[in-house]
Design a protein around this ligand. Sequence first.
Ligand code: ADP
Ligand code: TYD
Length: 206
Amino acid sequence: MSQGHFITFEGIDGSGKSTQARLLAAVLKARGIDVVLTREPGGAPGAEEIRRLLVEGAPDRWSPETEILLFTAARRDHLEKTIEPALARGATVVCDRFADSTRVYQGATRGDLRDLVDRLHDEVIAREPDLTFVIDMDPAEALRRGLARQSGEDRFEDMGEDFQRRLREGFQALASEYPERCHLIDGARDPNQIAEDLAAVVASKL
Ligand code: ADP
Ligand code: TYD
């Protein structure tokens, strides 16, 4: 059986990841490709329950260490129940956030915990995407977009613009750390123009 492709979207809150994940999934489906569109934290029933613990409530609800464990638990469930079965049947998985978010949010911005993130990842996840789009944009603009949604899931947005600024730098550094699979994309453009760029990268890389 042919192995499907695993494509992820990363970037700060409100940068347009879910919009672009949706548009890319639609382009691939229109080409007759079997696509599973999913997201983290979540993407499987158990992982969605863990998601609520993570995205709602006060910003200091969890320590960074506890957060790493919860995100990794959710990811393991998502991997077992959704991602691995889809890839095994040859589907292409388009996922809004994956392990890079833990590397940046928990590993680089809330204490020097990257080593713990990496060790846990190697032990219980041990899967990298084939292709990752890192959507780069100004945190002030992204924050305006994100909070305008009023989703009730604003625990990380509520950590403020300085935090989002450190995240942006973290994602830029991550794209340099994994140049083979990561593509840094300018997110401050028309959504359809961004989508065209992404479809061209997918066509040339996969
Ligand atoms: P993320 O998943 O990164 O948080 P979303 O895709 O949910 O971001 O987008 C956040 C908000 O910004 C949404 O209201 C969406 O409609 C809007 N948006 C997304 N992409 C763009 C864009 N390129 N230009 C302007 N607004 C956008
Ligand atoms: P998400 O729903 O993608 O938020 P948004 O649409 O605003 O970008 O993710 C929820 C929050 O969880 C988001 O603020 C980023 C954070 N997060 C982490 O801190 N670590 C992780 O490993 C993941 C997957 C998400």
